[in-house]
Each structure stands twice: as structure tokens, then as C-alpha cells.
Design a protein around this ligand. Structure first.
Ligand code: SAH
Length: 243
């Protein structure tokens, strides 16, 4: 059984206060609750995410993604593509708290995309769309350079992610990677990839999720120039010969 609505509201309010996150509107909190409830329910029959149980879902999914959403709010991005969004992280919580941002979730597993769309509909999140497909293919369609921002969590190493994600971003837009303790080493290793892809690391912001020890970082890349048409390459090239 997931939290009751009252337990959820109380705990979210407490985490936001201790974690220096805003207090969200009644509508946003209701949407976040539905996301968690549905994840809890469906996880019993379908392997959606490795993180389960109310305590961990609240912190490692919801709070973690709210830091991402707040960064996006600060950037003033009006459209986002979440690459490899799985069960909807960070895309679903982001859409729940930023109703004026058009959020697109892309994942290669059609079943996960169907789940995310169903969840968005159940939660009344209308600024959300899901697309089933591989990033390295979708980035060569009309989706190319069409978003203010791209984001990703737990999909690939940073230099691989840069090649998969930056082609979706318009020049002047941002790519935000959600990373753990190895973020700074990954950023170092991704320097040449960023250069090839016309990006600049603008900020590396550490944040702390209440009650958790783990180090979390948001790496913000600014897109300075268009990405060459050959990128992203096919997946085996990207991983075998990373930039
Ligand atoms: N971002 C989610 C899911 C992480 S698991 C979270 O943090 O909870 C990684 C997801 O990326 C999987 O659902 C997988 O299907 C998807 N994925 C991996 N490589 C991909 C690619 N090249 N294009 C699109 N989706 C991809």
C-alpha cells in the first residue's frame, strides 16, 4: 500500500521544506500523488523501476526530479525532451509542477511509453507526450533542434548522453544531465564530446536530497552551435568510439 493522500502531502511538504524546494500547489501535489500511486500499483506486475517502496519513491524519484524541474524553471524552458525516461523520470514530476512547459518523454521501450501516457492521463497532466523510439534515430527526425531543453537520468555515461541528447536542443537551449557521485569525473571525460557537439558546461550544481547520503549533481550544458548532421551516430558507434 502506498501512502494515503494525507501522508503523502505531509511528507512531501516536509521534504520540500528541508530540501529547499518550493511548496507546490494543490493541483501539482495531486498529480505527484497519482504518479506515485500508479507506479506503486503497476510495479507489482510490471518491472518499471528498481526504486520501490514509498519512502524511496518519495526521495529518489519525486524529490530528485523536483530539483531537475526547478532548474528547468530557472532556465525558463518552455519545452523539454526527457531522453530514456523509463517510467517517467524526470518527465512526469516535471510536467506535474511546470504546467506551462511542454514535456516530451522518449523511451525505446514501447510498454514504458504506454505506461507513462496512461499515468499522465490519470493524473490530469495535459502538458505531456510520450514517444516510443531510440534517441539516435528520433534525433534525425523533425524532433531535431526543436526543444528548449533536453534532460536525462540514469541512461548512459555523460559523453554518450551528450551525443544522444544535444541534437534535440535548439541553439541557445540547454541539456541537463542528472548525475551521481561520479559527475565531475564524467564531465572531465566528456570535455571533447561537448566541444565536438557545440556545447559548453555552464554549471555543475550539487544538491542534497533530504535523508539521503548520496551525492547528486545537475550538469547544465548550453548549446552554442548546431550539431553536425552525422550526430548522433548509431548506438554501437557511439559506445565503441565515444567522442
Ligand atoms: N530515466 C529513468 C529510466 C532510466 S533506465 C529513471 O531515471 O528512472 C534507462 C531507460 O532508457 C530505459 O527505460 C531504456 O529503455 C531507455 N533507453 C536506453 N537507451 C535508449 C536510447 N538510445 N533511446 C531511447 N531510450 C533509451
Amino acid at each position: 500500500m502506498f501512502y494515503t493522500k494525507e501522508e503523502f502531502e505531509k511528507e512531501l511538504c516536509d521534504i520540500c521544506r528541508r530540501g529547499e524546494l518550493p511548496q507546490y500547489s494543490v493541483e501539482s501535489v495531486q498529480k505527484l500523488y497519482t504518479i506515485c500511486e500508479m507506479l506503486d500499483e503497476r510495479s507489482k506486475s510490471f518491472n518499471l523501476t528498481a526504486i520501490t517502496g514509498p519512502w524511496a519513491v518519495m526521495r529518489k524519484h519525486i524529490a530528485d526530479c523536483l530539483y531537475f524541474a526547478e532548474m528547468l524553471r530557472g532556465e525558463g524552458a518552455k519545452s523539454l525532451i526527457d531522453v530514456g525516461s523509463g517510467a517517467g523520470f524526470p518527465s512526469l514530476p516535471t510536467a506535474a509542477v511546470l504546467p506551462d512547459t511542454a514535456v516530451t518523454a522518449l523511451d525505446s521501450t514501447a510498454k514504458k511509453v504506454a505506461y507513462m501516457k496512461e499515468c499522465a492521463a490519470a493524473a490530469g497532466i495535459s502538458n505531456f507526450d510520450g514517444i516510443a523510439g531510440r534517441a539516435e534515430e528520433a534525433a534525425h527526425t523533425a524532433l531535431r533542434e526543436s526543444f528548449d531543453a533536453a534532460g536525462a537520468r540514469a541512461v548512459a555515461s555523460l559523453r554518450v548522453l551528450l551525443e544522444l541528447c544535444t541534437p534535440f536542443v535548439r541553439v541557445g537551449g540547454t541539456f541537463i544531465a542528472m548525475k551521481g557521485a561520479a559527475a565531475l569525473e564524467e564531465a572531465e571525460e566528456a570535455k571533447s564530446a561537448a566541444k565536438v557537439l557545440g556545447c559548453e558546461l555552464a554549471e555543475c550544481r550539487q544538491y542534497f536530497i533530504p535523508d539521503l547520503e548520496e551525492k547528486r549533481f545537475l550538469l547544465i550544458y548550453r548549446k552554442i552551435s548546431p550539431v553536425k548532421a552525422i550526430h548522433p551516430r548509431n548506438y554501437s558507434q557511439i559506445t565503441k568510439k565515444p567522442l
